[in-house]
Ligand binder design. Structure first.
Ligand SMILES: [Zn+2]
Length: 252
């Protein structure tokens, strides 16, 4: 029974570390409390996550805003609750400039950041995004319009912003063991909104002409549809996640 207990706690530590980096430490610390261990875990987690907001900038990562606004790029409370909103100061500056430039061309635009990075350690991947391991990468949502053609500031077709794919031709075959998930069964569930092509195209143009950007990942059919020719906008390959539900941004 003791061995089973140990395995359950080891799995919890591993799982919480994988999804939030700091959750495993909080779980482990709460094991030393004589009682109220679950509330203890929550309290430790909140303290560690709040502490990271102040300590991470000393080690090279800064948090993005967690609440959407027109004045700056922001991720969502969901990603912030899991400590997934950290980037390098350079990437934060790119996202802030993108937000301002988009506001100039298309007032009321909101840049919605999805998964970015964890607060600490280089080489610690933010799964399932293997490359998000140094604060230099972040994903941003595409831009959408409702059935009446009105732009929907900061809104995404799926609740977390991923997995609502723009469909188009691809050379990739469906492979069960790859990270390229088509999730066909989920597609009819998502909001029936259309891509805001002018905003999406303008964001891609701004980002690809920014010298601080190393590369962007986008599905080839979307690159063609947006009429983008920059060599910085690349295909991630058939083994990685699809990039026709978001844009992957990577700074130098
Ligand atoms: Zn990414």
């Amino acid at each position: 029974m003791k061995a089973l207990n140990l395995i359950v706690h080891a799995v919890m530590v591993l799982f919480l570390t994988i999804i939030s980096q700091l959750g495993g430490i909080a779980w482990l610390a709460a094991r030393f409390l004589p009682k109220h261990r679950f509330s203890g875990f929550l309290a430790f987690y909140v303290v560690l996550s709040a502490g990271a907001v102040f300590i991470a900038p000393m080690t090279g990562r800064v948090p993005l805003a967690c609440i959407a606004s027109e004045s700056d790029a922001a991720t969502s409370p969901f990603f912030c609750a899991l400590n997934r909103q950290y980037v390098t100061p350079d990437l934060k500056a790119v996202l802030t400039d993108l937000s301002k430039d988009m506001q100039t061309a298309h007032p009321d635009t909101q840049i919605r950041v999805l998964d970015a990075g964890f607060p600490f350690l280089s080489g610690f991947p933010l799964l399932p995004h293997l490359s998000h391991d140094d604060g230099k990468k972040a994903d941003i949502a595409l831009f959408y319009r409702n059935a009446r053609g009105a732009y929907l500031p900061g809104r995404t077709r799926s609740p977390i912003g991923y997995f609502a794919f723009e469909q188009g031709p691809t050379e990739c075959e469906s492979r069960p063991m790859s990270l390229r998930w088509d999730l066909d069964a989920l597609q009819p569930i998502w909001a029936d909104w259309t891509l805001d092509e002018s905003r999406t195209r303008h964001a891609l143009e701004l980002l690809s002409s920014d010298p601080r950007i190393d590369r962007l990942f986008l599905e080839p059919h979307l690159k063609d549809r947006m009429d983008i020719t920059s060599s910085k906008v690349r295909f991630q390959g058939c083994r990685a996640a699809r990039h026709d539900d978001h844009i992957h941004i990577q700074v130098r």
